[in-house]
Design a binder for this molecule. Sequence first.
Ligand code: ADP
Ligand code: MG
Length: 212
Amino acid sequence: MTDTIDTKTLLDWISRYREAVTEKREWLTELDSAIGDADHGANMTRGMNAVVEKLDAGAPATVDELLKTVGMTLVSSVGGASGPLYGTLFLRMGMAAGPVTELDAAALAASLRAGLDGIVARGKAEAGDKTMFDAMAPAVDALDAAIAGGASLADGVRAAADAAAAGRDATLPLVARKGRASYLGERSTGHLDPGAASTAILFETLAAAIAS
Ligand code: ADP
Ligand code: MG
């Protein structure tokens, strides 16, 4: 374990994320069947399978190119709202990271912050709208706070993963104001947001890759 994340660990993160969304595919689909159109599990597995296939064919050597490849592949392989949104996350992360071979905790946090800002620019979600933002924003905030407090990279991403899971759980009572679930109005309450659930998995796998 080091205090930077290199391209090998980023690839491990991506691979773990593909495995985790595949394992939780039915659950993500169930969540989306309650307040959407029951395709979130399929969207995430299709997208991450395409990403891993692309990276297996030749992984870029720098962080920016690697993350841009992930983002472009998600945008082009996922039809739902989540494809362009997760795609934007990785594209903006790559742009912020630059042509380096590893990121320290502060650079990872800045990259994730840029990705989150990209999701907001694209989808206009605000806190409490019951979207992936409600898991991702607390996670990025927790990473920033941990770094400001002198935490290691591993402890910072652990805190981020815990905050993402809490943010996911906090979507349960919310009424959706963005995306397909917003068509249900008040009837969207009492269900977890599928995108917040897949975002919590994204941070959990990041923590696992960095801890390994
Ligand atoms: P679709 O809604 O097109 O079927 P998915 O089911 O794959 O796409 O993804 C749905 C998830 O996308 C939602 O649970 C929510 O978290 C996220 N989402 C939808 N619209 C927005 C938005 N405008 N901003 C942020 N996240 C959004
Ligand atoms: Mg859907």
